[in-house]
Structure formats: C-alpha cells, structure tokens
Design a protein around this ligand. Sequence first.
Ligand SMILES: [Cu+2]
Length: 601
Amino acid sequence: MKQNRRQFIGQVGMASILAAESFPFLRLASKAQAGDLLPKLPTAPRYTPHSVPLPLPGRLAPTVLDPAPGSPAASLGSAAVYHGIAPEYSRSHPAHKPYWDKSPERHYEMAYEESLHEWVPGIQTPALGYNGLVPAATIRLRVGEPAVVRVTNKVDIEASVHLHGGHNPSHADGHPCFYVFPGQSRDYYYPNVLPSHPVTGEADFSHANSTLWFHDHANDVTARNVIHGLAGFALMTDDLEEKLFADRILPALDTADGQQSPYDVPMAFIDQALNPDGTIFWDPLDADGRLGNILTVNGAAQPYFEVERRKYRFRWLGCSLARVYELRIVRGSTDIPLLQISNDGYLFPQPELVSSVLLIPGKRADVIVDFSKFEAGTKLYLQNIMQQSNGRKPDGIDPTQPMNLVEFRVKGQAVRNDVSVGLGSALRPYIPIEASEVTATRRFDFNRSNGAWQINGQFWSPFRSDAVIPSGTTERWFLQNNAGGWWHPAHIHLENHQIVSINGVKPKKVWSYLCDTSPLEGNMVIEVLVRLRTFTGPFVFHCHNNNHEDMRMMSQIETVPRNPVTGLPMPPMLNGKSFSVDPAVCGIPARDIEANPHLFH
Ligand SMILES: [Cu+2]
C-alpha cells in the first residue's frame, strides 16, 4: 500500500508528472483506449448487512502544543521543520481582526498513520487514517476562537489537509502543493473568523458554517488518500447556532463533557471496494471516477443504528470519490419526511420539507428526522436510490432499486421535552449576495481533453493563476459543462457561493442559499455569485470527483491585496513559471517551494 506520487509516476512510466503539457499517461488512462489493460472491480465480499452498529466518531481532544505555534522552535528552519506561519495573527497584518486577540487558541494534534480498519465485518484492511482512525476524530471549532492543528506525516506519502468549507488563509487551506512532507509536521492555522459584509463591514453571520469536513488534498494523490480513509468531520458553531441549542430548537451538539451528542449524528458515505486479500482495490489509471461496490457509513458496511423516539439531526456527507447519492428514509415502502436545515453546513432561514436529498461528492446536507411516532421495534431504512454503473455520472434515480445504507431500529418510549424544530422554525437569517456587488464576470468551462480533464482548456498547474482577483470583491461565475457524458461537482475554496440560476432557471429552494460545492451535471450552466474576501494568496477550485481532480480538473485563483497608497491591486505571486513569495504578506513558506523539486524547479 505504500506508494507515493513519485513511485506512482514511475509505475506508469513517466519521469515527471508536470513536465509534459500533453500528459501522455492521462491518454493511457482513458478506459476506452486502455481497454482490457485496466483491472475490473473485484466481487464484493459476503457479509450480513446491518450486523454492526453505526460507528460514531469521537472528538479530537484539545491539547497544548509544544513547541508553541509560531515560536522560533516551531517556525521555518527549526529542527522539526514545522511548516506554516500565521501572519494574520500579527496586529500589523491587514487581515488581523481585533477579536483574534481575545480568545485563547485551541490546539489540536493529529498524524497521518497507517492502520488496519474493518470496512467489512471480519476483514482487516490496511488503511490510512488521521491518528489511524477511519473516519478521523471530529474536530470541534467555534467562530471567534482561533485553532491551530499540528499535523504530522508518519506515512510515506505527500500530504495536505483541506478543511472543506472553511474560510481560511491560503497557507492553511490545504492547497495541493503546500505539503506536510513525510516525517515532518505542519501547523494549520484556522482563525475561524466570519468574513465582513462588503457594504456594512460587519461580521457576515449568514456565512457562519456548521458542518465542515477535512480530507487529504495532496497533488495527484487525493483520490487514493481519501479512499484509504483520510477524512473526518469538523463541526463549527457560532453564538446564533448555540442559542438554537440552548432554546432546545435543535439538538445540542456537545455533551456536558465535550463529546458528540447522541442526537446529532454525522454520517459519511463512501463506497469501498476490496481485493480478495482484503486490501483496498485501487486502479491508478481510472480517470472516469472510482466507484466501489460496498456501501459504507462512517467506515462500516451497511450498519444499523438504534434510535430513540425523538428528533435527530443527521449530518450527511458525500465522501465518495465519484458516487452520487439520492438519499431517502423509508418505513416499508413509505417515504419519511425529511426536514433539511442546511446545505453544505449553511443553516437555512427555516427548514425545508423534502422527501429525498441529492448528495454529490464533497457535499453535506443536514436533516432533522422525527422518529417519535414509530413504535419500539419498528425498522426504517436510509436508502440510496441513485443508480450508477460507472464513475462518470449516475444513471438516474430508480426508487424500485434501493440500496440500504443504514437500518434504524426504534427503541423505548416516546421522549418528552423533545427539541422543537419544525417547519417555520427560525434558524439563520439569510442576507443574500447581491448582483449589484459584482465587479467581474468569469466563465469556467469544465471540459475533457486527451482522456483527462481541464478547466477552460487548461490542465491544472500550480504555477498559474487563472484569475487574479482583488481581495474584497464580488464576482459572477458561470460554471459550465458542455458535455453530457460526465458530472463535475464543482468545489470552490476560500469562499462559499450562492447559486443564482441553473440553465437559466432559479434553483430549487434548498440550493438557493450558500454552498461550497455546486452540482454541475452534464450540459449544465450554473451561475453563481461569490465574494472573495479576507485572505490573499492562491486558492484552488476543482471538480470534486477526486479522480477528475487528480487528473487535472483543477484551477487556481489568486486573491491579491490592494496597494495601501495607490489602491491598485498588487501583482500576483504566481507568474506562470514560479512562485514569487513574500511570506510576510501571504504566509506561504518559501520552504514549501524549495522543498518540492518536482513542482517548483
Ligand atoms: Cu469531474
């Protein structure tokens, strides 16, 4: 299982993945051309569905980092080579916010580790996990409380941690080339600030996030790393959401001792595939998108979950590389109503009643499910009714061919004093992004070339900024997919976005608020508004079919500060050939570049 990017490139007979503009191995990767060279998906091992309980990830325990983040012993050039600096913490930095000084930092520590994990009962599978856990322990974050996560890489593969949905500095965003190298550590600084509203300058509380997740995002190897287990939840709250807990409108998130509440349940869906020897089936030449044949939730194949007769908050995460889910809960053949309360972690103004939820790779949906009226002993099923026969795109919804994910077993008496959330409950007020703020319009065409993937006719390059954007501006982007053969879930880093239209038509309500991953189906144009704020530097956006992403369907924006004297945008750091980096401004350690001969020399 040990295979880093260089070894992988060696296997496919290429000296440098970035040297050739035409990417010959990507042409080889086309299934149509490679034909029988490519291995077939192995038969899934036999097991009894719903024989193991739903695993519930614990919490990553806060710690005290030693040496302290930012101290000389934990800075660039130190013996430990702690990458990552946090210039925004300096009072002189333009992105510094006074309230960063008020809260103590929360410190966390986790490591990339090899482990054994049972995706299927009784089969020990070599895995990769944060602290060896699949999924990782959940990181608890709070708006207004900066956090530093020290990540150590104890495996023989380049690594980078992306906090998906976070509004974070470039150096801490999990850029695919800002690595945690094997044997080294990196401090990820999460300021956990709300961006400022562009007109009022006030903290933009509509943009406070709740359900985030983190996963590996290293160049070329993201798909392989994620399918081996490198993903976990990060749950954030602000005062407003905590009041919803205190008022018993939503189930509390934390127990008294800082653990996950039993009524607020994250569920990560990933489809796994195992070789006969129990190892993970992995086809490095699969450019279509990796599809597995074992449906897992929180790392267990088709678990069961005992529920009390009350309301639960489920945080659903599409963790699969290519599989698209249409999720419903049924009792017998009857759909149970779902109250969707958020999209990608952004709470709606009020819950929306839905019968099913589309979950593309990378996406989250929080729903409230009420089990109170079911007698003890009742069984209900969380099902996927989206059919899919290859990684390119789903075949469509077929409710007559459901796939069970979780069996719910109702127990006990109806609970008194349940939380009150229902249709009409006031959750988070929404202040829309306005068209009048827009200063630039861009088009990004997600297209196919040479059996691989491009955006606007170009393969991903870390040297190139495809859009240089003055920080603090709002833009209108058209994300378009002119081909019908593939879906490309489009994920934008740094900022959420608001969908204005899909193929010229207003989106359905649950997609009309903020999100960070747009459902770009075949022959679709999605018009979005996005504010680029707070942090400057390079940030990527990409297809979240992780195979497409690794096969170059990724682009890069660079948000630049304005010259304080002239007011003009500063020149970008990325000039197409190399990085020109001023760590004091952007916080990207020059060492990241010096240490990476493959990408930067
Ligand atoms: Cu794609």
